[in-house]
Design a protein. Structure first.
Length: 143
């Protein structure tokens, strides 16, 4: 019996990785975003290592830092195309506030050591048109 979805995994990964790189590049120029963290960006401190280990495709997850915790929650609440969920590498694009969800049980010092703060939003990019996702990000930022 064939495992559902494995036959298209390579195609989906290529599409989602390409969309993620493009979105991360676009987000660097958006007002309201203080920082974009994605290993596919050449200025990322782990870019060379990730390229050596994984090749040209750097995955479908990146993070953005906003001005404050309130800005991060407001951003997530305003998203219309990107859904709020903790999954990764889904067919749909997803957003989460890591500090109040998956890292909620860690101390503030532990979170700081892992560079997880209240301004961070994690985006897992799905199969939607990346231009639609960019427009959703822009409107959620209030741009």
């Amino acid at each position: 019996m064939e495992t559902l979805g494995l036959d298209t995994l390579n195609l989906r990964f290529q599409r989602q990785s390409g969309s993620t790189l493009w979105l991360a590049q676009q987000c660097q120029a958006l007002p309201g975003i203080k920082e974009v963290n994605y290993t596919g960006l050449p200025q990322n401190p782990f870019h060379t290592l990730a390229t050596r280990q994984f090749g040209a495709l750097h995955g479908a997850v990146f993070t953005i830092s906003l001005a404050s915790r309130e800005a991060a929650f407001s951003f997530i609440d305003r998203l219309r195309v990107i859904c709020r969920a903790t999954n990764l590498f889904d067919r749909k694009s997803l957003a989460i506030h890591p500090a109040s969800t998956i890292f909620a049980s860690f101390t503030e010092a532990q979170c700081r050591a892992m560079q997880v703060d209240d301004t961070l939003v994690r985006l897992s990019i799905g199969l939607e048109d990346p231009h639609d996702l960019l427009e959703d990000i822009k409107q959620a930022l209030g741009a």
